[in-house]
Design a protein around this ligand. Structure first.
Ligand code: DAH
Length: 337
């Protein structure tokens, strides 16, 4: 009886082809309701005088079953290991493959920095579509249908009568149509112009547009904002100067120069020995623009500005050719990582 349990365990364990099957079989012999426990339960049927001998015999049988189990466990592990060793050779001492970490593009780095400075001044980020209507890109910004100013920008037209925005200024219009003043936004994004790619021009570049609309906004607010912006961006106490200019959507309009970031104003090749570098266009929002979005120019006013991201990035990093930003040459890009 004891012997037959041992023999059965032996053959069941020996035919198990996986540890899972083996452990299942273990319960059948050594578990609470298993064959060995059933043998122990027969103690009651044994005459008291024979019980110690019977108990010893059952325990010996149990030890034997456990030994068989252990033996087969080792057998299965050895078999699994032999299968692994017979498979394809894996050299565990080879060094791992280094993951190539990406890095933020320099244009994005500069754009983020600009937005961070504006955000400190309470500006919110606004976005608009790159495919625009003529209304948002030109008409509402006070470019009359045949105004020569429209020729200032060579425009890509879409076949459905829309266009690729030539500047981020249409975000001004969308923001004023959707929100009540006070408004303070910085709008980054791609713009498109039918230009040929050269050292300083690209048909697809980026701008950050700014717009502030409130009661009693003055040109001093514009200058103060831009001064704080340039100082925050370049982290230097550079001066700025405003020169009269023209944009259809601002009156008066200015071009803003910053003291040359390379020579500090004493004159060098980059600033063409003037000590100043033009960095953006700006002005007080034209009443005609306010009227086109239904704002009362007697009550509200404000200023706007447009900054070319590539231009600022070139100054910021001392890059002399805009094309470097688009070529994705690792040797260039990795310098900013
Ligand atoms: N939209 C102008 C451009 O692309 C830049 C600009 C100038 C934006 C003056 C403005 C501004 O908001 O006030 O050339």
């Amino acid at each position: 009886m004891l012997q037959s349990v041992i023999e059965e365990a032996d053959s069941v364990f020996a035919t198990a082809q996986s540890e899972e099957v083996l452990l299942h079989a273990k319960a059948r012999f050594l578990g609470k309701a298993g064959s060995v426990a059933a043998l122990m339960a027969r103690m009651r049927e044994i005459p008291p005088a024979d019980r110690p001998g019977f108990g010893q015999a059952v325990n010996a049988a149990k030890d034997r079953v456990e030994a068989l189990l252990q033996h087969n466990l080792l057998r299965l592990r050895a078999e699994a290991r032999n299968r692994d060793l017979a498979g394809p050779f894996v050299d565990l001492t080879l060094p791992g493959r280094r993951a190539e970490a990406g890095a933020v593009h320099p244009l994005r780095l500069v754009e983020r920095k600009m937005l961070a400075v504006f955000s400190e001044m309470g500006f919110e980020v606004a976005l608009g579509p790159e495919v625009e209507t003529d209304f948002h890109n030109f008409t509402a910004l006070n470019f009359p249908p045949d105004h020569p100013a429209r020729d200032m920008q060579d425009t890509f037209l879409t076949t459905d009568g829309r266009l690729l925005r030539t500047h981020t200024s249409p975000v001004q219009i969308r923001t004023m149509l959707a929100n009540e003043p006070p408004i303070r936004i910085a709008a980054p994004g791609a713009v498109y112009r039918c230009d040929t790619l050269d050292m300083t021009h690209s048909p697809n570049f980026r701008q950050v547009e700014g717009l502030v609309i409130d009661r009693a906004v003055t040109m001093a607010d514009l200058k103060g904002t831009l001064l704080r912006f340039t100082r925050g961006l370049f982290e230097k106490d550079l001066e700025i100067r405003l020169r009269p200019s023209f944009f259809p959507f601002t009156e008066p309009s200015v071009e803003v120069d910053v003291q040359c970031v390379f020579c500090g104003g004493s004159g060098c090749r980059v600033c063409k020995h003037s000590g100043w570098i033009e960095i953006l266009g700006a002005g007080m929002v034209d009443p005609a623009v306010l009227a086109s979005v239904g704002l009362d120019a007697e009550v509200f006013g404000g200023f706007a500005f447009g900054i070319g991201v590539e231009r600022v990035a070139m100054l910021f990093y001392g890059v002399d050719d805009i094309r470097h930003f688009y070529e994705n040459d690792h040797r260039f890009l990795s310098q900013f990582a």
